[in-house]
Write a protein that binds this ligand. Sequence first.
Ligand code: MEV
Length: 438
Amino acid sequence: MSKTISGFSKLSKTEKIDWLTSTYFSNPEQAKYVLEQYANNDQKLQQLHDEFIENTISNYYLPFGVAPNFDINGKTYAIPMAIEESSVVAAASKAAKFWQSRGGFKATVLSTEKIGQVHFMFQGDKDRLQVFFEQIKPKLIDATKALTKNMEQRGGGILDIELRDKTEAIANYFQLHATFETLDAMGANFINSCLEQFAKTLKEEAEHYEAFSTEERQLQIIMSILSNYVPQCIVRAEVSCKVEELSDNKTIAAEDFAEKFIQAVRIAEVEPYRAVTHNKGIMNGVDAVVLATGNDFRAVEAGVHAYAARTGSYSSLSHAKVEHGVFTFWMDLPLALGTVGGLTKLHPLVKVALEMLGNPSAKELMQIVAVAGLAQNFAALRSLTTTGIQEGHMKMHLMNMLNQYEATSEEKSKLIEYFKTHVVSNASVEEAVAGLRR
Ligand code: MEV
């Protein structure tokens, strides 16, 4: 039986599901049941989700959790997080509580510039190209007026356009490298529309530029697209307290903890294998809030990791020090986020998430997201350098394991109680479940 189909997108949803389940599943009815189970009974809501993308056949749920008690710049937030990993929300909440009694988090937006590029090929005299560019620069900007009017009224728009010579990397390769201020919008559509207009103007003007040779007039546009690398769109998140305040009087003396913690950060600063995992922990917090607030987590991920490698060696995003008896832990993060446009007015849960945060500006959201990342990193390093990560992680994972064994509510409460004083592992859970059922 052929597994290829043409015109799939034109089929109705039921037809799509019928074809898929009969082609790829040993038990089509079972697959259909699950797809149907995840579809929403509210037709309007389902249609909204169907229309976000093409070929929707069901919904994919992630838990929508909340980490309360986050004090950021003197304001208290309950932070919404969309994530499947068991221990993330618990760790964030714990870190929030820890820092709430030690002055809270501080966050500052250091810059908000976004970048886009028109990549093109030009075979000819570089100086003539530069003169041409200077002459047409006002036209490049003028031709986007219809696109930039609203953004300019709000105080944003195109900041600058530069001509960049990239011929050392690729023969005849040049760029228009443009910078933008997109205020509360992530700005992808705005930037890409402006870039495509720049490209059009550039091509048209080159075709009629008298000083160009015939070859030079055939300037070739390759592509126009924003960059998800935003090293000039940076937010700083930090916490600090006196070293002696670091102790929770349980596991480790404050000075020893500060020392081990700083060593752990230093290791991530110099050792890429560790840095990737260290930064993954930061992204546990960052992505969960980015996703809950309807932002593009792939863009954030790509940009953040490029930033972490900006010196040529992949390194820790966060840093820590003790100076004059004060422990400081901080991180600068490149974040292009929006609180208008995109999914923000469309997805009902995104609206709830944003309202929970007090309908923040994009700048405020940058601060919240960076703090969630720093809190997550703090919680991970705290566990790693004291009890080890598995204790908390496996406790949180216990529920997943119990669900795998299809434990009843009664079994669950008995086993949760039991594992308060016993080590959680795959084997110990299996044994305890079996013991209870014997
Ligand atoms: C797990 O999702 C994240 C950690 O591995 C982060 C870290 O090692 O710092 C615990």
